[in-house]
Design a protein around this ligand. Structure first.
Ligand code: SF4
Length: 233
């Protein structure tokens, strides 16, 4: 089995795993091509910049200092068994394990679940707009399968919606949160879209990006459906 390929690392964060001091490992490879991707250098499945054994040794030195390790990407589950066996080893050090995932690999999520304590799952758009945003026809169905599977584990999670005004309007946001509410989701994070790599033909304005966060009526509607809604600006 090939080693896990790690393309990036954040050594300390308080915002990537709820309530825990964490490190984040960014694994290379992603099956999607989201219009707003902030990590385009991680999308191709190829050699990672970091030696996994050195990263593991560094994590050993963080025992007692950090509480969690979050696997992000790219899409960490795209590397399959290489990811799962590394997660397992890291968890054996005593860290809580978080996974940021786009939900594209529900079967792989099932295999990893035993070693993962919390996930942040992306729900990127309404079903009608999903393909246009992520460039993949089955991504929505796979994400819903992942969501429904994760609910059966009884483990904690949040569902994240990034408000890219080119693909989400306020009615879309309400429709997504309604769907999540009907599915019994307890925690939703509404994230501000950051215009990292916009080309001149598809520019957004600050007003468009901020519209979701300065609308008291929208906040009230959303929070009425899922009381534990986090507005992440
Ligand atoms: S799922 Fe994440 S890493 Fe993959 S293309 Fe979309 S934003 Fe980028």
């Amino acid at each position: 089995m090939r080693d896990v390929q790690i393309g990036g690392l954040v050594s300390f964060t308080t915002i990537d795993y709820p309530g825990k001091l964490a490190a984040v490992l960014f694994l290379v490879g992603c099956p999607l091509r989201c219009a707003y991707c902030s990590n385009p250098h991680l999308l191709e499945l190829g050699p990672g910049e970091y030696d996994p054994e050195k990263v593991y040794g560094w994590l050993e030195s963080r025992v007692g200092k950090l509480e969690a390790v979050v696997f992000s990407g790219g899409e960490a589950l795209m590397q399959g068994d290489a990811t799962i066996s590394f997660i397992k080893r890291v968890r054996e050090l005593g860290f809580a394990i978080g996974l940021h995932t786009n939900g594209f690999y529900p079967k792989m999520l099932e295999r990893a679940a035993e070693y993962v304590d919390w996930i942040g799952l992306d729900y990127k758009a309404t079903p009608e707009k999903y393909e246009a945003l992520v460039g993949n026809r089955v991504a929505y169905d796979n994400m819903i399968q992942s969501l429904e599977y994760w609910k059966t584990t009884g483990k904690d999670f949040e569902v994240r919606i990034t408000c890219d005004p080119r693909f989400i309007d306020k009615n879309d946001l309400i429709a997504i949160v309604r769907d999540l509410s009907e599915r019994g989701v307890q925690t939703v994070a509404i994230q501000k879209y950051i215009n990292h790599f916009e080309d001149s033909a598809h520019k957004t304005t600050p007003e468009q990006r901020e519209q979701f966060f300065n609308d008291a009526e929208l906040r009230k509607t959303v929070t009425a459906m899922v009381p534990n809604t986090i507005w992440r600006e």
